[in-house]
Design a protein around this ligand. Structure first.
Ligand code: PHE
Ligand code: FE
Length: 299
């Protein structure tokens, strides 16, 4: 297949500082691996060790197995080129170094072509517990392992293609689709034979939410329902008020297979659902107590 015009090429004279790495096509860079400091590698090691310990028995088996299979370790920040050899052989996905968030359509186009953009820089030591924008730890530790799973790998490609399409339909369709991403790829839970587990990248990369999402009585845990999710507002500044639970990645793939065009049209006639709302029709795993929730702020 044709080489995309924005495929990575070698960039000379890299600088270490965030924001100073040459960007040669809408946010894409070559991972400046040699410029990571001892502090950067130590931040990776600390976060990696802490989350792995926390996630045994909390993250789904597929996530933990995939992370091992990729050869990620706490020893050093992984090289995208080395991970790519394993990932490409497994599911045909490749990682692309990026400076930060990309324009929506670029992001969708990468996913549609099985390229996953990964932020090259890692948070500072004083940001260990919380950072607003996605960094290398969130992207690489959180998102990349499940790309080794054939079904999830297909879901992400389908999502990218769906994103290109929704972008052409309009902002409301995009918002519906973004909610699906938020409540699955970022904050999804899965029902495993031995209990609820995490698969969302936003949860597995957060110490606090890894515990809260599964063990707190405060949030709702509700069975996956495509249109319900696409109507549900969410939080960007606090832990989620509601988590949605899938039965399997196959269920996710099957439910999202049909053309969304008529669904977008239908949703345009309906009200949104609040981030913490439970409806009579919901399949409730746990009804949240709402303890500690802040009023307002749903987006
Ligand atoms: N079937 C969706 C559509 O027609 C595409 C999609 C698949 C979106 C998987 C999200 C996830 O738009
Ligand atoms: Fe993310």
């Amino acid at each position: 297949s044709a080489q995309p015009s924005n495929a990575p090429r070698r960039v000379e004279n890299l600088h270490t500082e965030k924001g100073k790495v040459p960007v040669y096509a809408t946010g894409i860079v070559e991972q400046p691996w040699d410029t990571y400091s001892a502090d950067d590698h130590a931040t990776w090691a600390t976060l990696y060790a802490r989350q792995r310990e926390l996630l045994v028995g909390r993250a789904c088996d597929e996530f933990l197995q995939a992370q091992d299979a990729m050869g990620m370790t706490p020893d050093a920040i992984p090289k995208f080129t080395e991970l790519n050899e394993v990932l490409e052989a497994a599911t045909g996905w490749t990682l692309l170094g990026v400076e930060g968030l990309l324009p929506e359509l670029d992001f969708f186009d990468h996913l549609a072509n099985r390229r996953f953009p990964v932020t090259w820089w890692i948070r500072r030591p004083d940001q260990i517990d919380y950072i607003e924008e996605p960094d290398l730890f969130h992207d690489l530790f959180g998102h990349v392992p499940l790309l080794m799973n054939p079904v999830f790998a297909d879901y992400m490609e389908a999502y990218g293609k769906g994103g290109v399409k929704a972008h052409g339909i309009g902002p409301d369709a995009l918002q519906n689709l973004t909610r699906l991403y938020w409540y699955t790829v970022e904050f999804g839970l899965i029902q495993q034979a031995d209990g609820l587990r995490i698969f969302g990248a936003g949860i597995v990369s957060s110490k606090g939410e890894s515990i809260y999402s599964l063990e707190s009585d405060a949030p709702n845990r509700i069975g996956f329902d495509l249109e319900r999710i696409m109507r549900t507002r969410y939080r960007i500044d606090t832990y989620q008020k509601t988590y949605f639970v899938i039965d399997s990645f196959e269920q996710l793939m099957d439910a999202t297979g049909p053309d969304f065009t008529p669904i977008y049209a239908r949703l345009a006639q309906q009200d949104t659902v609040g981030a913490g709302t439970v409806r009579d029709e919901d399949r409730v795993f746990h009804r949240g107590t709402g303890e500690g929730w802040t009023a307002g702020g749903d987006v």
